[in-house]
Design a protein around this ligand. Structure first.
Ligand SMILES: O=C(O)CCC(=O)C(=O)O
Ligand SMILES: [Fe+2]
Length: 490
């Protein structure tokens, strides 16, 4: 395995990208760079060993069997990550799309399609080790104390988000809360493979599509099947009437906020008053009590495309929505990541604007305590909230979250590359190696690289493949002005 972390993700991912995904070419380039750099023979031997470990089937120390089902804690209350944890959040929810995919130096061992057989016996590659989403920075510069952003002004000043309090009419907010709580009785806890363990998300979740029956083709249904970690899920539900009502109000605010931003990123969907942002899917989460959580992640970009805008509605008890920037490698010695805590109250909307998924990770951390939520309106009709639902998820200590999202027509399911495992790949930003220095944040994000990668490892007993391809918007015919894209899909 890679012992020398100075060579790890940044160099390896870069070399792999430069080598067009060929592991052998990347390895050769790294080795020869190392030789030219005149390092000591000790270091050379060590690097050679590290690299060798990277491209050979080395058993990870500490791997256990048999496979276990585990519910994992995702972050400590102070905001630091628990090392070794790999939360996968929805949609992206992923990453592992959402996810902080595991501890340093670990990952599913995967077959290498490009393996040069002269590299004797090098038939397996712990590729996810180096291609996993980069973990949040933890070292070097002094740690910063988490900062609470208690007002919309502070949120807008310090993060790529905006916070909108009392977004819905109070009666609708309560009605939607009760309707979703009732639904949540049938939501499930997602599961994925973390190395050799099957882990379970510590909250309930489900996926909804808007006007499902009206979709002219099956593309949205297909995309919706893979909304979570590249794992085929049951068919999504249609938006409830209450969700539709709320969504129409939320869309108005989202569009106003996007237009206020001014210059959009080149690869993001070019929203205009004539072609507004329109949610076509929603992921819903339910957290009961203070210990149900979602771990640090950024949302999976596969169907959202680069720099998405995501509108996240909070209903019920107040929880903390925590954001932390992923500091680029090139800056990690100068500064550490700042953690921001945003209390998200009942009926508040957090809009994660373009670049949030590329530059920050977010989490709902566990809390010591939570406030009891006292709804201003009772359930609409007697018996509306069936006993089972209120038993499992008491309304006073539950939080419902709905993230309204726009699946882009130019990232439709039929256009997503499939990996060697035959399942849709996941689109990941190169968060840690984004350019920095004298260029503006806008330029940093605009120059960001993205990769299509195998994601079956998280769902296929830890086995994935080495598929790796750089996103090339032009060559792949993506972008809202691409001729193949129908704007009516927006
Ligand atoms: O519950 C929340 O506010 C966050 C949910 C989330 O991150 C997601 O659905 O991707
Ligand atoms: Fe998320």
């Amino acid at each position: 395995m890679i012992n020398d972390t100075s060579l790890s993700q940044e160099a390896l991912l870069g070399a792999l990208a430069d080598a067009g995904g060929s592991i052998e070419r990347a390895a050769k380039a790294l080795n020869s760079r190392q030789e030219q750099s005149g390092s000591t023979s000790h270091n050379k031997r060590k690097r050679a060993h590290d690299l060798d470990g990277w491209i050979t089937n080395e058993k990870r120390p500490g791997a256990t069997s048999p496979r276990k089902l585990a519910t994992v804690p995702e972050s400590k209350p102070d905001g630091s990550l628990i090392s070794g944890y790999t939360p996968l959040a929805p949609i992206c929810i992923d990453s592992d799309s959402d996810a902080e995919q595991g501890a340093q130096g670990g990952g599913p061992l995967v077959s290498s399609a490009n393996t040069d057989q002269s590299s004797v016996g090098r038939t397996k590659v712990p590729l996810m080790t180096v291609l996993k989403q980069a973990p949040t920075s933890t070292k070097s510069a002094p740690k910063l104390v988490p900062r609470t952003l208690g007002t919309p002004e502070l949120v807008a000043k310090h993060t790529p988000c905006t916070l909108h309090l009392s977004i819905l009419p109070p009666e609708l907010a309560c009605r939607l809360f009760y309707a979703m709580l009732k639904e949540a009785a049938s939501w499930t806890r997602n599961k994925w493979w973390l190395f050799d363990r099957l882990v379970e998300s510590p909250h309930r979740t489900s996926f909804y599509a808007r006007n499902l029956a009206e979709e002219s083709d099956d593309d949205m249904k297909e995309a919706a099947r893979y909304w979570y970690n590249g794992r085929p899920s049951p068919m999504p539900n249609n938006f409830l009437p209450e969700m539709e009502e709320a969504c129409e109000i939320i869309e108005k605010t989202v569009n106003e906020e996007i237009l206020k931003r001014g210059k959009l990123f080149p690869a993001e969907w070019q929203t205009t008053p004539d072609h507004p942002w329109k949610a076509n899917v929603a992921a819903a989460n339910c957290y009961t009590g203070s210990k149900e959580t979602v771990g640090y992640h950024s949302d999976q970009l596969t169907y959202l495309g680069p720099c998405p805008t995501i509108a996240s509605l909070s209903l019920g008890t107040t929880r903390v929505f925590r954001l932390r920037e992923v500091v680029p490698h090139s800056e990690k010695e100068e500064r550490n990541a700042q953690t921001f805590n945003i209390p998200v109250t009942h009926n508040s909307l957090t809009i994660m604007h373009a670049s949030c998924q590329e530059r920050f990770k977010h989490t709902i951390p566990p809390q010591q305590t939570i406030d009891a939520f006292k709804p201003a309106f009772p359930p609409p009709t007697v018996g509306e909230l069936e006993n089972t639902a209120s038993d499992i998820m008491p309304p006073d200590i539950s939080r419902i979250n709905i993230t309204f999202r726009f699946y882009r027509p130019d990232f439709a399911a039929k256009t997503i590359p499939k990996c060697h495992c035959g399942i849709p790949t996941v689109l990941r930003p190169d968060m840690k190696r984004r350019e920095s220095g004298m260029i503006s944040e806008w330029e940093q994000t605009s120059r960001m690289r993205y990769f299509w990668m195998c994601y079956s490892g998280a769902q296929n007993e830890g086995k994935g493949c080495s598929f790796f391809q750089t996103l090339d918007m032009e060559r792949e015919g993506r972008g809202c002005h691409a001729t193949s894209v129908s704007l009516s899909g927006s």
